[in-house]
Design a protein around this ligand. Structure first.
Ligand code: NAD
Length: 448
C-alpha cells in the first residue's frame, strides 16, 4: 500500500496471498537502540550515585532536568497541601480511578495461608508477606503521569508495603507535578525522590544519605531507566529486584465486520500517540475493500485532528493491518505477537477470550476502549511489552508480595517421611542431612 498521497495509513497485508515469512517480518517490533551504547551511559551514572550519593543525584537533576533550584533531593511525608493544589474535577477523576484500582487489587488478596498435610503428621504451609520497601518510578520528561503513580502506588498500599518511595523527575522550575504529590499522599508514600532516569533508580537501589534504600523497583520509563533497572537487579550487592523488562507501548485490535470503523481507528490512535516507537496492529477478520477503506479513512481523518499528529505519523510508519480469513487465524497471529493490549471488537467477543493465550490486558467488545484500562476501570496499565506477555504478568497485587513456606512435623510425621529423606540424602552423599533424621528417629526409640 502506497502512502504517496500523504495519507496517514498503515501498510496492509492479506495473509491469504502473502508468504508467512512476510507476515512474520511485518509483525516484528521496531528495533531498539543499541543497548551497549545505553549501558555505556548508564553504568557511570550508577557508579557515581553509589560513591557520591546525594551530591551526584543533585548534579544529575540540575543537568538533565535543568532544575537547578532543587537543593534537597527528597521530599518527606506529610506532603504540604500547597504542593497538591488541583482543580476539583481532577481530584474527582483521581479519586474515582483510585477507588476502582483499589477495589480490583484488594480482591486479589489471599485471605488465608495455604495449608496441606502431605502425609499424616507432615504439614506444609505457604503464607504471603508484603515486600517491605518498594521504589516506584513515575516517568517525568514532558508528560504528566499521575495514572502511573496510581497504578504502582495503589497495589503497594493494598499489599501493605511498609515503605513506599516514589521517584519522579521534577520540572525545570524545580517543582513536582501536583497530581503526583496528591497520589503519593493518597497511597501513603514515605517520600518522593525528585530525580529521574538511571540516577533515580540507582539511588533507590543502593540508598543515599537522604534516599531510602528499597527492596524492589517497579515502573516504566525510557531506555535509561530500563537499563538501570536491569543493571541494579543483576548486582547482588544491591539486593533489589524489578518488575519486568519494559519497552514501547503497543496495541493489537481484532475487528470484524460488526466493528465500528471510528471506534477501531480511535483505539489504534490512542496507542500510536504514545511515542514514535509505539506499534499498533489491526487484524481485520474477513473484511472487504469497502470495510477496510472505512477504517483507513477514519484513521487518517482522526489522526490529522490530533495535537500529537507528528508522533502518530512516526508510529504508523511501522504499524500494519493484517487481513485474515477467520477468527482462528486472527487469534493465532495475535497469540504469536503477544500484544501488551488486545482489543476485541468482534461479534461474540466474550466467547473469544478463551482463545487468548498471550496478552497483557484484554479489552472486550465495542464499549471497552483501551483508555478505560489506562486510567480508571480498575485493571493495571503497567503491562508486559515486546512479546514478554508470553511469560510475564502485568503489575498486580502479587508483584508486591512474596511467599514464605513452612513445614511442621509431629513425631509420627517424621517417622512417616524420614526413610525417604534418609535414602535421598544417601544418594546425594550428604551424611549430615541423613543423620539429622536418623538421630531423631533413634531418640524416639529411646523414649519408648
Ligand atoms: P523518563 O522519566 O523515563 O526519563 C527521563 C530521564 O531520562 C531524565 O530524568 C534523565 O535522567 C534521563 N535522560 C534523558 N536523556 C538522557 C541522556 N542523554 N543521558 C542520560 N540520561 C538521560 O521520561 P521520558 O523520557 O519521558 O520517558 C517516559 C517513558 O515511559 C516513555 O518511553 C513512555 O512510553 C514510557 N511509559 C510507559 C508506560 C507504561 O505503562 N508502559 C506508562 C508511562 C510511560
Amino acid at each position: 500500500a502506497g502512502r504517496k498521497d500523504g495519507k496517514i495509513r498503515m501498510r496492509r497485508y492479506v495473509t491469504a496471498t502473502e508468504a508467512p515469512e512476510t507476515v512474520q517480518e511485518a509483525l516484528k517490533r521496531p528495533s531498539q537502540r543499541s543497548t551497549e551504547k545505553i549501558m555505556g551511559i548508564v553504568n557511570p551514572i550508577i557508579e557515581n550515585i553509589r560513591t557520591k550519593g546525594d551530591a551526584a543525584l543533585l548534579e544529575y537533576t540540575h543537568k538533565f532536568e535543568k532544575a537547578t533550584s532543587v537543593t534537597t533531593p527528597v521530599l518527606k511525608a506529610p506532603f504540604p497541601d500547597s504542593l497538591m493544589q488541583l482543580p476539583p474535577e481532577t481530584i474527582e477523576a483521581i479519586d474515582v480511578s483510585y477507588e476502582n484500582i483499589r477495589r480490583f487489587h484488594a480482591a486479589q488478596k489471599e485471605e488465608k495461608p495455604l495449608l496441606v498435610e502431605t502425609m499424616p503428621g507432615v504439614v506444609c504451609s505457604r503464607f504471603a508477606r508484603a515486600i517491605e520497601r518498594v521504589g516506584l518510578y513515575v516517568p517525568g520528561g514532558t508528560a504528566v503521569l499521575p495514572s502511573t503513580a496510581l497504578m504502582l502506588g495503589v497495589p503497594a498500599m493494598v499489599a501493605g508495603c511498609k515503605k513506599i518511595v516514589i521517584a519522579s523527575p521534577p520540572r525545570a522550575d524545580g517543582s513536582l507535578t501536583p497530581e503526583i504529590v496528591y497520589v503519593a499522599h493518597k497511597v501513603g508514600a514515605e517520600s518522593i525522590v525528585l530525580a529521574g532516569g538511571a540516577q533515580a533508580v540507582a539511588a533507590m537501589a543502593y540508598g543515599t544519605e537522604s534516599v531510602s534504600k528499597v527492596d524492589k523497583i517497579l515502573g516504566p520509563g525510557n531506555q535509561f531507566v530500563t537499563a538501570a533497572k536491569m543493571i541494579v537487579s543483576n548486582d547482588t550487592s544491591a539486593g533489589v529486584s524489578i518488575d519486568m523488562p519494559a519497552g514501547p507501548s503497543e496495541v493489537l485490535v481484532v475487528a470484524d465486520k460488526t466493528a465500528n470503523p471510528a471506534f477501531v481507528a480511535s483505539d489504534l490512535l490512542s496507542q500510536a500517540e504514545h511515542g514514535v516507537d509505539s506499534q499498533v496492529i489491526c487484524i481485520a477478520v474477513d473484511l472487504n475493500e469497502d470495510q477496510l477503506a472505512a477504517i483507513e479513512n477514519e484513521l487518517d481523518k482522526q489522526a490529522n485532528a490530533l495535537p500529537r499528529v507528528d508522533i502518530v505519523r512516526g508510529a504508523i510508519e511501522h504499524s500494519i493491518t493484517l487481513v485474515t480469513k477467520d477468527i482462528d487465524e486472527a487469534m493465532a497471529l495475535s497469540n504469536a505477537y503477544a500484544p501488551e493490549h488486545l482489543i476485541l471488537q468482534i461479534e461474540g467477543a466474550e466467547d473469544v477470550v478463551s482463545m487468548v493465550q498471550n496478552a497483557g490486558s484484554v479489552f472486550i467488545g465495542s464499549w471497552t476502549p483501551e483508555s478505560v484500562g489506562d486510567y480508571s476501570a480498575g485493571v493495571n496499565h503497567s503491562l508486559p511489552t515486546y512479546g514478554y506477555a508470553k511469560q510475564y504478568s502485568g503489575v498486580n497485587l502479587a508483584s508486591y508480595v512474596k511467599h514464605i513456606t513452612s513445614s511442621n512435623l509431629t513425631k509420627e510425621g517424621l517417622r512417616n517421611v524420614g526413610p525417604a529423606v534418609m535414602q535421598m540424602a544417601k544418594v546425594e552423599e550428604l551424611e549430615a542431612h541423613r543423620r539429622a533424621v536418623s538421630l531423631r528417629l533413634a531418640a524416639m526409640d529411646e523414649e519408648k
